[in-house]
Design a protein around this ligand. Structure first.
Ligand SMILES: [Fe+2]
Ligand SMILES: [Fe+2]
Length: 270
């Protein structure tokens, strides 16, 4: 538990509740307080957890022992607040039903198209932050690369993985500067972790360095609301460079199938 957790509030809670609530209800209230404390501290506490999902899912450990009077079922399968996905979802379905709004990805890829960059680079730009859009923020370049690895050219997944580290390091030879927004977001004295520095140094020596660097160069920070880019604009590029499994993403038994399923059903209890 982190330093921001309000221990006094947490410890005081059962005293105040003891008069009228069952043990199970008290435990649930405590769990709720812990969850809220985590929310306050981290913003988004869990992978794949859409905002407020915890409110609907019983999270009381006592329930597992049959002590609760709460008879609501745990959520398994479709999340009613999200659009239903087709049985065999395509990458385009994920863009429309899970990554939406995907303006950042679509505008980044659109910029790459306008610059006349190779289709593989356009696809890398289109996919570079899909983990941020649908799965998890932490180490998003690594998660995103792993998601798409079975379906794209190794150069594309390598570049998506490497963009995470490259973002922190300027390359004046191509006009890439340290993002001003990072100073605002992480502080002027923020230094990337040693593993990020090491990943950057390795990437510099790689034959695909420039592919990853091009992702960072087309990584738009400000979205132009007047520029509307539809996912369909990339249908042909996806068709040529993304190996869509006929069973659908999530159901083809690939090493990342479970990650796609986690995006389809983000709030399953198990
Ligand atoms: Fe990114
Ligand atoms: Fe990005």
């Amino acid at each position: 538990m982190g330093a921001q957790f309000d221990r006094r509030r947490f410890l005081a809670l059962p005293v105040g509740l003891a008069a009228g609530l069952t043990i199970s209800q008290q435990a649930e209230a405590l769990e709720h307080e812990m969850s809220q404390a985590l929310d306050r501290q981290f913003g988004v506490p869990w992978a794949c957890d859409i905002a407020g999902a915890g409110e609907r899912i019983r999270k009381n450990a006592a329930d597992d022992f049959g002590l609760s009077t709460d008879t609501r079922l745990y959520l398994m399968h479709d999340e009613p607040r999200l659009p239903k996905m087709p049985a065999a979802p395509t990458l385009m379905d994920f863009f429309k039903l899970r990554f939406a709004p995907a303006s950042h990805l679509l505008q980044s890829a659109n910029l790459a198209v306008k610059k006349g960059l190779p289709e593989k680079v356009v696809l890398a730009c289109l996919l570079h932050d899909i983990s941020l859009s649908g799965l998890i923020r932490t180490d998003h370049g690594y998660w995103g690369a792993q998601l798409v690895e079975p379906y794209v050219d190794p150069e594309v997944s390598w570049a998506i993985r490497a963009h995470q580290a490259l973002k922190f390091f300027p390359d004046p030879s191509v006009g890439y500067e340290y993002p001003k927004s990072y100073i605002r977001m992480f502080g002027a004295d923020y230094k990337p972790e040693p593993y990020v520095v090491s990943a950057y140094e390795q990437a510099r020596k790689n034959k695909w360095y420039m592919t990853a660097r091009l992702i960072t160069l087309n990584d738009l920070y400000a979205f132009d609301p007047k520029v509307v880019v539809m996912p369909e604009q990339f249908t042909d590029i996806i068709g040529r460079h993304f190996k869509q499994p006929k069973e659908g993403l999530g159901f083809d038994g690939s090493p990342s199938a479970h990650m796609w399923r986690s995006i389809i059903w983000p709030n399953n209890y198990l």
